[in-house]
Design a protein around this ligand. Structure first.
Ligand SMILES: *Cc1c(COP(=O)(O)O)cnc(C)c1O
Length: 382
């Protein structure tokens, strides 16, 4: 059996281990420490956000953001439906109600027009949403300029879920710097990893200071342990941050390689009927965290994404359907939803292909050959 090709596996640059050893040598084996401070500075510098707080995960960053926006039980929070469950779960942690909004076709992210309709309707029904959570899916920027316009019209804060989009920009501005606050993730499968971790970034120092405070058990400034608020244990450890510092040194290389993967897939699939990719609209720059394809089975003699997935899996190649939209998830079946059918169609047609920055040309060739073989099987039987 040929070697396993993963969807997106960790890819160390070389300096990570040295930084971890330094943390051991100096006994900074703790939450907090010089690598945490350094990693926060690296993140702020890279994105051009003023401040960053390194946290235990992207999910915890989003949880803290919603807490700081004062989201309370029964409040409503608008969330892109087409996303990973971690974009919506923190709404539920607060016993608030997620309001799911569908995507537009250009970027697969929250549709600004539907967003506006949803806000108007929620206000008519008696509640103004407390926050809006757009997502930059697979690294593709959401239409943030239009989204911010709608959000500003109604005075609703935006928390960008940029977990998949470190290194992506819109008109030269980093994703994660459009909203009031934004979250990043350094989970094992993301474009860079700290083995597990996340961050909150913002131009507003108060939010970042408050996030650090809440993430370290909300200890008041007193000689004894005193608390006037409920705290959390959400800080990033100095060991994880050491890995992150090494990863930041190679981030641009990682983005370049993932974009090359995408270009190769795009040119390879251009020759195959019924297989398409999503292009960057003008001014949009995606880190191409994951390369994805859409399969139109009306053009492939009935071969759909699952038949292709089975062929790839048989060849020891990991692949996944696109995120199943949140409004289709059993756990969120009662949540209000504003839809246009786009995310359902994407889910039905879409497949994520191996996209790691550590893939070889041979690996990429194997993926393309697998897709090609699955498509040809149809012509033999048609
Ligand atoms: C990975 C991811 C998260 C969560 O990040 P964690 O660090 O795993 O908690 C949130 N949103 C999206 C869109 C993600 O892909």
């Amino acid at each position: 059996m040929s070697n396993k090709i993963w969807l997106s596996s960790p890819h160390m640059g070389g300096m990570e281990q040295k930084y971890v050893e330094e943390a051991f040598r100096t006994n900074w084996v703790a939450p907090l420490g010089p690598h945490v401070d350094g990693f926060e500075l690296d993140l702020a510098t890279y994105t051009n956000a003023k401040y960053a707080a390194a946290l235990s995960s992207g999910t915890s960053a989003l949880h803290l953001a919603l807490i700081m926006l004062g989201v309370k039980p029964g409040d409503e929070v608008i969330c892109q439906s087409m996303t990973f469950s971690a974009s919506a779960n923190p709404i539920a942690y607060l016993n608030a109600i997620p309001i799911f909004v569908d995507s537009e076709k250009d970027t697969w992210n929250i549709c600004p027009k539907l967003l506006r309709e949803a806000i108007v309707d929620r206000i008519k029904k008696g509640k103004k949403p407390k926050a809006i959570i757009p997502v930059h899916l697979y690294g593709m920027p959401a239409k943030m300029e239009e989204i911010m316009e709608v959000a500003n019209e109604f005075g609703i804060p935006v928390v960008e879920d940029a977990a998949e989009a470190l290194g992506s920009t819109l008109n030269g501005k980093a994703m994660g710097t459009f909203g009031l606050m934004s979250i990043l993730s350094f989970n094992g499968n993301k474009i860079i990893t700290t083995s597990g971790g996340g961050a909150l970034i913002s131009n507003n120092e108060e939010y970042i200071k408050k996030a650090r405070f809440l993430a370290t058990q909300a200890r008041d400034n007193a000689p004894h342990y005193q608390h006037s608020e409920i705290g959390y244990n959400y800080r990033m450890s100095n060991i994880c941050a050491a890995i992150g510092r090494g990863q930041m040194e190679v981030l641009d290389e990682r983005v370049a390689k993932r974009r090359e993967n995408f270009s190769f897939y795009k040119s390879s699939f251009a020759k195959m009927d019924g297989v398409s990719v999503v292009e960057e609209p003008l001014g949009f720059y995606s880190n191409r965290w994951l390369s994805t394809i859409l399969i139109d089975k009306s053009m492939t003699y009935g071969i759909d994404r699952m038949i292709i997935a089975e062929e790839l899996l048989k060849n020891n190649i990991e692949c996944r359907p696109l995120w199943k939209p949140m409004h289709m998830q059993p756990v969120f079946s009662n949540a209000p939803y504003y839809g246009n059918g786009v995310s359902e169609e994407l889910f039905e047609k879409g497949l994520c292909l191996p996209s790691g920055s550590n893939l070889s040309q041979e690996d990429l060739n194997r993926v393309v050959a697998g897709v090609s073989k699955a498509l040809k099987s149809s012509k033999l039987t048609a």
